[in-house]
Design a protein around this ligand. Structure first.
Ligand SMILES: NC(=O)c1ccc[n+]([C@@H]2O[C@H](COP(=O)([O-])OP(=O)(O)OC[C@H]3O[C@@H](n4cnc5c(N)ncnc54)[C@H](OP(=O)(O)O)[C@@H]3O)[C@@H](O)[C@H]2O)c1
Length: 367
């Protein structure tokens, strides 16, 4: 059925990209966060995770990301390199992988975990954060528990680090939403997941699920939303504030704006496939932001990708950039262990405000 093919477009499918969102004034306030060093960990509920994780949406996705099975060796090296450099958080989903490769991202992660031999022969403290899709046929808590068991089976692991709801159905199927929540409770109670999180939940829905889970004795540890210099409006600020007030970690997805903030694409140099169509609309309005990123990167002897990811860390989030090659992984590892100054943060945020285009919101994002 067409649903599998439409999943990868989830990020793009909304029709309106919100232009010239006024930047909330509080985003300009210099924030004081401690510096993170590559091997330092931060608390996320009961877990200790690196200040940046790696996203694996591309691992198995041919349609949007051009994945080929011939990339697997390189992906395994990326996985090993990440762990050897202190990165222990990997984000995936049971819907990642297109067509016959459905579930490929989880399968690859499972295989890489089994084959990884750390310094003392062990696998260390790897945290897999997977997401369970709210497919219309998953209507009962038991079906979500079964989805969780299927993910464990694909990865051949005994327990998932963070079991996340991929999106909320509150806007179009409120009854299914309760089944999702109860499913999360059941997974946690049965010890299938160490912690639970949500994704694409807005501040109102986040508060509701937090209270519901709390009453059932289940702590919510993370909320994942699109968060980058290309998507930093009132919504992101509000959700960050709610997360802070509840003691929940905000995981920043698409921190590189699907690659647009790396500086390697331009209106005359677009990626192939559906991303090209999106970038064609957004890139022409991005010059102020891209030149500010370039300027800071040059002065700092960093790359634009490193600066864009570091901005997310400085905002108190845990970014999970997607990586497809060793070169990208090496570069992105250089985004931790230092921090942008308050002036540089301001410069980037003003430049983002001056850039008339924003990233398109995920259609599943709720209020
Ligand atoms: N919860 C959700 O609904 C949701 C939605 C989206 C993503 N996510 C998660 O967030 C993760 C990250 O987001 P994303 O993958 O959408 O976008 P992203 O991190 O903004 O961009 C990743 C892409 O940028 C390019 N890239 C990465 N590092 C680079 C570097 N150093 N230099 C040049 N190019 C580089 C690569 O693509 P090319 O080489 O092809 O340009 C890579 O696949 C995903 O993998 C997934 O785990 C979650």
């Amino acid at each position: 059925m067409a649903f599998a093919a439409f999943k990868p477009m989830a990020c793009f499918s909304s029709l309106s990209s919100s232009n010239a969102n006024p930047l909330p004034s509080s985003l300009f306030r210099p924030l004081k966060f401690p510096s993170f060093w590559p091997r330092q960990k931060v608390k996320m509920g009961p877990l200790s995770v690196s200040p940046m994780g790696f996203g694996t949406w591309a691992w198995g996705n041919q349609f949007l990301w051009g994945y080929q099975e011939s990339m697997d060796n390189e992906l395994q090296q990326i996985f090993n390199m990440a762990l050897e450099n202190g990165i222990n958080l990997f984000d995936t989903a049971d819907s990642y992988g297109t067509g016959r490769l459905n579930g490929q991202s989880e399968k690859l992660l499972g295989k890489f975990i089994r084959q990884f031999k750390g310094q003392n022969g062990g696998q260390g403290d790897i945290v897999i954060a997977t997401k369970f899709a709210a497919y219309p046929w998953r209507l009962t808590p038991k079906q979500f528990v079964n989805a969780c068991r299927a993910s464990l089976e694909r990865m051949q692991i005994e327990q998932i680090g963070i079991g996340q709801l991929h999106w909320s159905t509150a806007n179009y199927a409120p009854l299914q939403e309760l089944a999702l929540w109860d499913g999360l409770v059941a997974m946690y109670e049965q010890g299938l997941v160490r912690a639970v999180g949500v994704s694409n939940y807005g501040p109102k829905q986040l508060l509701k699920i937090y209270d519901y889970l709390k009453e059932r004795g289940v702590p919510l540890c993370s909320a994942q939303v699109q968060f980058s210099l290309l998507s930093m409006g009132e919504d992101q600020l509000e959700i960050k504030n709610v997360c802070d007030s509840l003691g929940i970690r905000l995981i920043a997805y698409s921190p590189l704006g699907l690659g647009m903030l790396t500086g390697k694409y331009s209106p005359s140099k677009l990626p192939t496939g559906p991303r090209g169509l999106l970038f064609r609309q957004i890139l022409p309005g991005l010059e102020p932001l891209l030149s500010s990123l370039r300027d800071i990167a040059t002065k700092r002897r960093k790359t634009m990708a490193q600066v864009a990811i570091n901005w997310c860390i400085c905002k108190g989030t845990i970014p999970i950039p997607g990586v497809k090659s060793i070169k990208q992984a090496e570069e992105n590892l250089g985004a931790v262990g230092w921090r942008l100054s308050s002036n540089e943060l301001l410069q980037l945020e003003y430049a983002a405000q001056e850039s008339p285009q924003r990233m398109i919101q995920n259609i599943f994002q709720t209020k």
